[in-house]
Design a protein. Structure first.
Lengths: 460, 496
């Protein structure tokens, strides 16, 4: 049974978290024609924007209500209204995703009420643009919660409620934030290969996949369409990926009766098998030859690479669902989890993480707990600790700003698991230490079984 | 807060600021920050600005008293370099939770955090930055810092610049005020000498100050404190004993320079290490100020000798780029590395300036720009991304020199781009830095990818060769076609 250790330090050292509104904005960025809007001071937006740009190497649509001193004292409703109208006029988005920040939440602003008023008062001006609100104070949660809240908010606001005529081939997929662009693309192909029609919300593979459009666009281009979000209720099945997607999936079921299945992770042979079985069951089709081939390749990768994994000590710091995904992956390969650090204690998935304990904390904790590990697994901010410790770093999650192409790394299903296996094995290969006489000398640094250890006094 | 108000007013009243001097009393009182437009604003907040200025002080622990986003979304994101301590790159934040905010535990948590940092890292000083939320809930940062300093026996410096009070630029100035109030002059050096100077507003991005410091060393000039680039806390605490100062990024720390002159009689000048003539002028002025303050006048001759030597080498290196860059058109969109001397050096080797932003320029600057630009060229206050994109798409410039904000405008318009703002990867200061800048422009413009990315997709525009296929009659021609398809150069299909 895993022990979950709460944070006891007053000073967080080298934060693991990115903020909750950033997570919400990321989800809104997976919708076509979207413009996320932070309700707070301009710095909140600027920091998140810079971080997004460093990660994706793309221009990112993100705006601010630019709360100043006066608005901080008197309230930000006017700023919110002005920002929404300005965005509508300038960029004509189909969706404005409002993410609150600690500033307005500390003030205790009734943002839902404000937005309801704005929608009513400005009905004509705002025609054709959905305004969705996610309450995401920075002092709570991290990317995972922000992402889930934004998806929930979109379903709540946009999806047409009530039982509807079902399209037998249509399935809804609610991916967790930790799926990359490549993961989403692969997921879609996999589902389509069974003759099904997936609607993926959010779909960052259409908007954050790094392309060169032939005109300047100020909103997102690509992603889930607002129309598709409206029609989610016509699907026969919903698949949620990651425990944090349970809430939006439950909401969709409550609103429209579409049943959901939750996958905690799609990485690893067993979870991939489960997913493929589900697709077979829903579609009535057998697994296509390509899928069978991928599975065989994964089997072979397991055989070829397990030598590198056995007994290795892995230190992971990631948000709860990604921590579960990666820890399970390493355990399934024969490694040990030497340290597991995560961002927040709320998620139920933490109880399932295959580690002795999970520390709620930061990269300072990872550095302390993982000092003897063979591999660190976290985002780019782990680079300082791994340099100090001389331990290799495998970059996962967000932000990854010192490597290119992280969005195009596949991490799920047969093929993604195969790729992950090779990536890790190659890191171990690259960091192999050659044997030296000193290191192998059986009489130096001998680890004695306790009962044979001479007393320190008798040493000379 | 009333104290903070006064400081902000004071910053807006800055008589050292050239722009400010041009305003009447009423305009000055209104301050420099233009009101932001919700939904159409860009740029960092005052906290961002304050942290930018102070964070490069390398041996200090920088503690951000705030909910997560202020630090969690922004740490380890600037390219300042340190020649020693790395503590400045370790991130510390109180990471306030909902419970902390609701229960009013902010001050206690801050005090504890200071203790933890002191015990684990033992830095000479801890800088504490409140932000919007901690200012809003009324945490008394000054009191906590004072108490902690007494209790733990180290300097604990409050940097009061919460985000909502204004822009990044205002934050820069408030950071300067914090140094004046709490750091500079708190330690007496035992080695003050006649050749000691301060460099203010130099951030040592990509380590570029190390391209300049050896020149000063050669002249026997000692940098008492470079604020903030590669600085140590005690250097700054002793900075009041320098004989002269140079201010590099004038908009950021002009108030600091002026007040140090007022308080400790340290004369200063505004200069730049960007460009050849400006670097020479800076060295010249430093020596002159030192002589005025009592240094041996022989340094003037040595300075001129060094300048002559270095300039000759630099111009010779630059001349090598003339054949490759002559007639190339540069568009400048930045308030950063844009001293006149950079423009001068670029023009000297035959590069044309086709346009420039004048957002941060003074009236004097604008006059100079008008003289430099030809009739059909233009200057702009601020160009919307869409406009800039259109201009670049029509190939009205061969390269855009700007900051990260417009990086993707250029790249998506398939136009070469060079970062000359804070995230830049290469050092551009001093004589060698100017050569490096030109080298980077050359590399950017002449990279072979430009031909490739501009190539139309085969399905949009069938290569001419394909059309010839049916007309192929004899075997030699077929062979020719096959070779063209197999060819490795994009030139076979395109114009480049």
């Amino acid at each position: 049974m895993v022990r979950i250790l709460p944070q006891t330090k007053a000073a967080a050292v080298n934060p693991l978290k990115s903020s909750q509104p950033l997570g919400a904005a990321l989800a809104f960025l997976g919708v076509d024609g979207a413009m996320p809007l932070f309700h707070g001071s301009q710095g909140c937006t600027s920091f998140a924007l810079v971080l997004f740009v460093r990660h994706f190497k793309e221009a990112i649509p993100l705006q601010t209500t630019a709360m100043d001193e006066v608005a901080t004292i008197l309230g930000g409703a006017d700023h919110l209204e002005e920002a929404i109208l300005n965005l509508k006029a300038r960029t004509k988005p189909t969706l404005i995703g409002v993410c609150t920040t600690a500033l307005v939440e500390t003030r205790g602003e009734d943002c839902a009420g404000d937005i309801a008023n704005i929608r009513l008062k400005r009905r004509e001006e705002l025609a054709g643009t959905e305004v969705v609100l996610a309450n995401t104070p920075d002092f709570d949660g991290a990317i995972e919660e922000g992402w889930a809240k934004a998806v929930t908010a979109m379903i709540e606001r946009i999806t047409r409620p009530g039982e509807q005529a079902r399209q037998s081939k249509k399935i809804v997929i609610l991916p967790g934030w930790n799926l990359t662009v490549a993961d989403i693309e692969h997921l879609r192909e996999m589902v389509e290969s069974f003759g099904l029609k997936p609607v993926i919300l959010p779909d960052v593979s259409g908007s954050l996949d790094g392309t060169v459009p032939d005109r300047w666009v100020t909103t997102t281009y690509g992603g889930t369409s607002v129309e598709d979000i409206r029609e989610l209720g016509m699907a026969v099945q919903c698949v949620a990926i990651g425990e944090h997607m349970r809430r939006p999936a439950e909401l969709l079921q409550r609103l429209t009766g579409v049943p959901y299945v939750l996958f905690r992770s799609l990485t690893g042979l067993k979870d991939a098998d489960r997913f493929v079985s589900l697709l077979s069951a829903v579609s009535g089709a057998a697994a296509p030859a390509g899928v069978r081939r991928r599975r065989a390749q994964l089997q072979d990768a397991l055989l070829d690479a397990h030598f590198h994994f056995g007994g290795k000590k892995i230190a992971i710091a990631a948000e709860p669902d990604q921590l579960y995904q990666l820890a399970s992956f390493f355990i399934d390969m024969g490694s040990e989890i030497a340290a597991a650090v995560t961002t927040a204690a709320m998620s139920k998935i933490l109880e399932e993480v295959p580690a002795q304990s999970v520390q709620i904390g930061d990269l300072g904790d990872l550095e302390a707990l993982g000092a003897g590990a063979d591999l660190f697994v976290t985002h780019s901010h782990g680079r300082q600790a791994t340099q100090r410790l001389g331990i290799p770093l495998m970059r996962v999650g967000f932000p990854i700003f010192d490597r290119l192409g992280s969005q195009h790394k596949l991490t799920i299903l047969y093929q993604g698991t195969r790729d992950l296996i090779f990536e890790v094995a190659n890191i171990f290969e690259a960091n192999r230490h050659a044997s030296t006489p000193e290191a192998l000398d059986p009489l130096r640094k001998r680890e004695m079984p306790d009962e044979l250890r001479p007393s320190p006094l008798a040493r000379h | 807060m009333s104290l903070l108000r006064a400081k902000i007013q004071d910053a807006f009243n800055e008589p050292g600021c050239e722009k400010n001097r041009g305003k009447d009393a009423k305009a000055r009182k209104e301050g420099c920050s233009k009101p932001l437009t919700p939904g159409a604003a860009a740029g960092g907040c005052a906290f961002d600005g304050a942290k930018i200025v102070l964070q490069p002080i390398t041996d200090v622990a920088h503690l951000i008293h705030a909910p997560l986003a202020c630090e969690g979304n922004s740490w380890d994101n600037r390219g300042a370099a340190s020649s020693g301590p790395t503590l400045w790159r370790t991130s510390f934040t109180t990471d306030l939770t909902e419970l902390d905010v609701v229960m009013g535990q902010g001050e206690r948590k801050l005090f504890k955090a200071i203790r933890e940092i002191k015990e684990a890292y033992g830095p000479p000083a801890i800088f504490v930055y409140p932000t919007c939320v901690t200012a809003l809930i009324g945490d008394d940062i000054e009191a906590v810092c004072k108490r902690a300093a007494e209790k733990f026996g180290l300097a604990v410096v409050p940097v009061n610049a919460p985000g909502f009070v204004g822009s990044k630029n205002l934050g820069n100035k408030l950071a300067g005020e914090a140094l004046l109030e709490h750091v500079i002059g708190t330690v007496e050096p035992d080695d003050a000498g006649p050749y000691d100077i301060n460099i203010l507003g130099e951030f040592n991005l990509s380590g570029e100050f190390w391209l300049v410091k050896p020149l000063l060393d050669r002249l026997g000039i000692r940098v008492r404190a470079c604020i903030p680039g590669d600085a140590r806390y005690f250097d700054i605490a002793c900075a009041h004993r320098a004989r002269a100062a140079m201010i590099v990024c004038s908009t950021a720390l002009i108030n600091l320079a002026r007040k140090m002159e007022q308080r400790w009689g340290i004369p200063f000048f505004e200069g730049s290490f960007y460009g050849i003539t400006d670097t020479s002028e800076a060295l010249r002025q430093i020596s002159q100020l030192l002589v005025k303050k009592g240094a041996d006048p022989e340094i003037l001759g040595r300075t001129e000798a060094l300048i002559a030597e270095e300039e000759a080498i630099a111009w010779k290196k630059l001349a090598a780029y003339r054949p490759r860059l002559e007639g190339k058109r540069v568009l400048l969109n930045t308030g950063g590395v844009k001293s006149w001397s950079v423009v001068h050096a670029l023009m000297e080797i035959g590069i044309e300036i086709v346009g420039t932003s004048i957002k941060k320029s003074t009236v004097e600057d604008k006059e100079r720009i008008k003289q430099i630009l030809k009739d059909d060229n233009y200057m702009f206050e601020q160009m919307a991304a869409r406009e800039l994109y259109a201009m670049l798409s029509e190939h009205k410039a061969d390269i855009l020199l700007s900051g990260g904000r417009t990086q993707f405008v250029a790249l998506k318009a398939k136009t070469p781009w060079l970062d000359i703002n804070q995230e830049r990867q290469h050092p551009y200061a001093g004589y060698d830095g100017m050569v490096e800048l030109v080298r980077q422009i050359d590399l950017a413009i002449h990279n072979p990818i430009w031909c490739q990315v501009r190539e139309p997709a085969p399905w949009d525009c069938q290569p001419a060769v394909r059309e010839e296929l049916p007309r192929v009659k004899n075997e030699t021609a077929t062979l020719h076609v096959v070779q063209e398809f197999a060819g490795t150069t994009a030139g076979d299909f395109g114009e480049c």
